[in-house]
Write a protein that binds this ligand. Structure first.
Ligand SMILES: Nc1ncnc2c1ncn2[C@@H]1O[C@H](COP(=O)(O)OP(=O)(O)OP(=O)(O)O)[C@@H](O)[C@H]1O
Length: 619
């Protein structure tokens, strides 16, 4: 069924957004769900987004205040998950917004609040104005909101800037204003890239140099491009990160200003160190790992802290862990937080590369080096990663011949392409990962011992999901990610999921949640019967395993009648405190007789049936 907004619109994004709101099970007549961060979670978000918040305050708020300080309007910043991080503006208006929970720490994704500027801009990845009646939920129709996403220099969406007003109609100017404020913040982010020494503005006409429509390139002290805005990419169509500016703007690009004949562009260069404010310099001086990630599992947090230390020193890092524990995600996060984040992260899946292609993929080849080689040659993954990270995933599966050549690269930090005798210096941070036991591969002669020692500058092991202390939080997080409405998770199912041993780790849990949420679409509670049969069966078997200390001792005694069982060595921690043990015990004591068991527990037969169904014991 296609649902159209009840007012005329030709805007496809708006119709799509209303469809999504309906699909999420929302109703126009009901207030949306208030998914609110706890105080500790909000504090963590504020730490994580400290730099973005400060840049909004210094680069967007002054213009907002100048233009809108006297109207009933507020400027809001949300993160990319839809949580409102901060808002500024007329304070009497903020209490009115608080009445509809447009408040700090509340999530405004479409699936909770229906069509609204923040949530819709995040989904549509574009600036949008949602005016009065266009809001899906009636309660929100007294306001008009205009929002624009903010992107990092690497193109990742960081959050949304939004202006919310009481007025019934936001003009086209509001859309332009929000877009321009977001652009100011994006430019400020560019100027905070590591190695940013120069800012070069350029345009075809001098009058465009400060118009907001100029190209901006950020360059290192030796004139290499470390970042640029979308307009710069258009104006210098061939420019790539790492290129020398001289190549694009001629050798006098560092002159304070003027017309560059070669490029036909008007250029204005400034040295950034002189123009940075005190507060931004303080931000830059902060250790990078304080700006973002923090793990709530002690083993993972320790691996994170250790890994962050070695990658500043170019010491090779070896990331170990079972399949699906998130090794690749971990490495991507490391890169995003590192001083090399403006440079590429090049991943090579050593298991997926045919043995005969490993060398040419990694080291590159000269034109015509072998039959079938590209006529122009290939630079190779290692040189592509110059300045950044080379991530060798599944290193345990690299063929021995390629291992010897990789060893040479690690020792000498230079690459010789296949078919060439010229060597090229490379500056790379190497990170290798595997789920295999490398030491045992070395013992079997399948992995070079010298390469193992070279890669093993520091070894971190990521814990399996079953070992993680934050498993409950992860289950909730992934359930929230995949559910389509304000659905809850049944406590018994949660307890069972926490007891399962997750051989496929995060990958398995993520896939499971996706499927289960699909099966439970429209249901208020996610329960065991929404799980695929194979897993539901396993969880049911787990639920029937002995749980209490007494049961464990009894089971042990039955299995090994002649052995003495030391009850003090048995723990009941594995219960996770949530499975209803009394029900299970009583049910067994009554030999499965539901009436007797219900009587014994003092609950109705129906309530007992429901409980047994949740525990996976009855259909
Ligand atoms: N922090 C996380 N939160 C939620 N899901 C995650 C997280 N990290 C990883 N995943 C899920 O697990 C999947 C596997 O992650 P990743 O590829 O990083 O694991 P891996 O350890 O490198 O696996 P393999 O050893 O099989 O290559 C991801 O596609 C994602 O679905």
């Amino acid at each position: 069924m296609t649902v159209k907004p009840h007012f005329p619109t030709t805007q496809a994004w708006l119709t799509d957004s209303w469809q999504r709101s309906l699909g999420a099970g929302l109703s126009e007549f009901r207030a949306g769900e208030d998914l609110r961060l706890t105080r500790a979670e909000l504090k963590h978000k504020h730490e994580q987004y400290q730099q973005l918040i400060e840049l909004v305050q210094s680069h967007a708020l002054p213009l907002f205040n100048q233009l809108m300080a006297h109207s009933n309007s507020r400027l809001l910043l949300s993160d990319a998950d839809g949580y409102v991080l901060k808002h500024w503006g007329v304070s009497r208006y903020s209490s009115k917004l608080a009445d509809v929970a447009l408040d700090i720490g509340v999530n405004w994704l479409e699936k909770y609040k229906g069509t609204n500027a923040i949530g819709t801009a995040l989904t549509a990845k574009q600036a949008v104005s949602v005016v009065g009646e266009q809001h899906f939920i009636r309660q929100n129709r007294f306001m008009s909101c205009t929002a624009c996403p903010i992107f990092s220099p690497q193109g990742e969406m960081l959050g949304v800037l939004d202006i919310t007003s009481e007025q019934q109609r936001h003009s086209q100017q509001t859309l332009m204003l929000v877009s321009s404020l977001a652009q100011q913040v994006e430019t400020a982010l560019l100027c905070h890239l590591p190695d940013s020494h120069y800012r070069i503005d350029f345009a075809a006409q001098p009058s465009l140099l400060n118009s907001g429509w100029q190209g901006i390139v950020i360059a290192s002290s030796d004139g290499r491009i470390v970042g640029c805005n979308p307009m710069a990419k258009q104006l210098l169509s061939q420019a790539k990160l790492g290129d020398s500016l001289e190549q694009h703007l001629g050798d006098n690009w560092a002159r304070a200003g003027g017309f560059h004949r070669d490029s036909a562009l008007h250029v204005q260069t400034q040295a950034l160190a002189l123009t940075q404010t005190k507060s931004t310099r303080t931000l830059q001086d902060k250790p990078l790992n304080q700006l973002g990630v923090r793990f709530r599992d002690p083993l993972l947090e320790r691996a994170w802290q250790q890994a962050n230390k070695v990658i500043t020193k170019q010491i090779p890092l070896l990331v170990l862990g079972e399949t699906g524990v998130g090794k690749e995600q971990f490495v991507k996060k490391l890169h995003a937080q590192s001083a090399r984040r403006a440079q590429p992260i090049v991943a090579v899946n050593c298991a997926a590369l045919p043995a005969e292609l490993v060398e040419s993929e990694l080291f590159g080849y000269q034109a015509g080096a072998f039959t079938g080689a590209n006529r122009t040659g290939f630079i190779g993954k290692i040189r592509q990663a110059h300045g950044g990270f080379l991530f060798l995933d599944e290193i345990g599966e690299m063929p021995l011949a390629a291992q010897s050549r990789l060893l040479r690269v690690l020792q000498e930090r230079e690459v010789v392409p296949v078919g060439s005798n010229q060597s090229f210096k490379v500056d790379i941070q190497i990170i290798a990962a595997t789920h295999m036991d490398l030491e045992s591969l070395v013992a079997q002669g399948l992995f070079r011992q010298d390469l193992f020692y070279r890669l093993n500058g520091l070894q971190v092991r990521l814990p399996a999901l079953r070992e993680r202390q934050d498993i409950e939080r992860i289950i909730h997080k992934l359930h929230r990610r995949h559910r389509s409405s304000a659905q809850t998770l049944c406590t018994e199912l949660l307890a069972q999921l926490m007891r399962y041993d997750w051989p496929g780790n995060l990958r398995e849990l993520d896939n499971l949640m996706q499927v289960a949420c699909l099966m439970a679409e429209g249901e208020a509670v996610l329960e065991i019967n929404h799980l695929p049969d194979y897993l539901a069966q396993k969880l049911m078997n787990l639920a029937c395993e002995p749980q209490t200390l007494t049961e464990v001792v009894e089971a042990e005694a039955t299995a090994h009648p002649h052995e003495l069982v030391e009850s003090s060595s048995v723990t009941i921690d594995s219960l996770h405190g949530t499975i209803n043990l009394n029900v299970l015990q009583a049910y067994r004591a009554c030999d499965g007789n539901v009436s007797q068991c219900a009587k014994r527990l003092g609950i109705s037969r129906n309530a007992l049936y429901r409980k047994l169904k949740q525990l996976g014991i009855k259909d």
